[in-house]
Design a protein around this ligand. Structure first.
Ligand SMILES: [Fe+2]
Length: 368
């Protein structure tokens, strides 16, 4: 191998490596096609490249990069086009002169610049497409060029498979999340059956907590976790007698302390469930207050989880603005005034500010 050939091969190897890296980081088919069609031309020095996908019994010319337009967006029956031949025979087609090869549908080529071509299948065992490159003169592609083309096709096949796996994983994760949401809402309803006056309370606290967290600029995933925790924040009430929960008159101090046990009971119920997030701790703290006057542990601000601080505010606000048998609903302004009064004492100032901003400046209302 002389020095020039050596330098050329090295350059091609470097470029190929770059393309392989780009393809392995790709998450969608459009990007795969885009990378391939450009790199095919660059690496083979051809005048055009196409990316063909199998679509049932048709060959779909999905992408191209060529000196003048070829067949982008068109479909041809597998039987009559060369990409179909490549896929059906699971092997490359190398054609020096298209006018001398009876596999070529000559009418489709006559109006193009193409005089010679090389085409390889994507996934040789079970082709899902083909990659082709074209020259405007009679040309005999070198074995190296065919090899480069096949490496591109094989890498594209892996990238396409990866996209499929990722989509599948995302679909499974979505289903799992829907399942978790459904389960949490069912549990919330079971709790609320004991106290019909608070029906929908936890769901609404979930929505409001989510929106407060978004307003605070939290990332979506953390907001979602918070919403899920809030949906079951009173789960421990399942262990409290129903007549106490819906008692229409003032509670005695003993009754009130019994109700207060629901926070720790919530923790006990959920502590062994692996939610990949500390849901049990969050809801255990939703009655803690930043000055240490809350329950069950009298935690002060630095020891209360930010999620619990948000649920605390959302919980109080939702409760105050909802009707109860022993008192009418407080208006939004009165409820906000109460929270502002205790801002920095009982409630986290940033959380209260965020709720006030939502209600006053953005005219937010908890969706039914
Ligand atoms: Fe509670």
């Amino acid at each position: 191998m002389n020095q020039n050939t050596c330098a050329y091969t090295l350059r091609i190897m470097e470029q190929l490596l770059k393309v392989v890296q780009q393809l392995s980081a790709t998450h969608d088919l459009e990007a795969v096609m885009d990378i391939v069609r450009h790199s095919v031309r660059e690496l083979t020095g051809s005048d055009g490249a196409t990316f063909v996908l199998r679509d049932g019994d048709s060959c779909y010319y999905a992408e191209e990069d060529a000196i003048t337009p070829l067949w982008k967006g068109l479909r041809f029956p597998m039987k009559i086009c060369i990409s179909g031949w490549v896929m059906q025979n699971r092997q490359p087609a190398i054609i020096e002169d298209i006018y001398k090869d009876n596999r070529i549908p000559i009418d489709a080529y006559r109006k193009t610049f193409v005089r010679s071509l090389a085409m390889v299948p994507i996934k040789t065992n079970n082709p899902i497409g083909a990659i082709g490159c074209y020259w405007s003169k009679i040309y005999s592609p070198t074995p190296e060029q065919i090899q480069v083309l096949q490496v591109l096709a094989d890498t594209a096949a892996i990238a396409i498979d990866n996209i499929g796996y990722q989509e599948n994983i995302a679909r499974q994760a979505r289903l799992l999340e829907e399942g978790i949401d459904g389960t949490l809402l069912t549990v919330a309803k079971m709790v609320e059956l004991k106290d019909p006056y608070t029906s929908g309370h936890q769901r609404r606290v979930g929505i409001l907590s989510f929106d407060i967290a978004c307003e605070l600029g939290w990332d979506k995933k953390r907001c979602e976790t918070l919403r899920r925790a809030a949906i079951v924040h009173d789960i421990g009430k399942i262990g409290i007698p129903g007549e106490l929960l819906s008692k229409p008159s003032q509670l005695t101090p003993q009754e009130f302390s019994l109700i207060q046990t629901h926070a720790e009971m919530s923790y006990d119920i959920l502590k062994d469930v692996n939610f990949l997030m500390p849901i049990a701790q969050i809801i255990c703290q939703h009655h803690e207050r930043i000055d240490g006057s809350g329950y069950p542990h009298g935690l002060k601000t630095e020891n209360i989880l930010p999620e619990a601080k948000i649920i605390a505010v959302a919980d109080v606000f939702e409760a105050m603005t909802s009707h109860r048998p022993y008192r009418p609903a407080l208006g939004i302004d009165a409820a906000l005034a109460e929270l502002i009064l205790n801002k920095g004492v009982l409630y986290d100032p940033e959380v209260v500010d965020s709720l006030v901003r939502l209600m006053k400046e953005k005219d937010y209302r908890i969706p039914e």
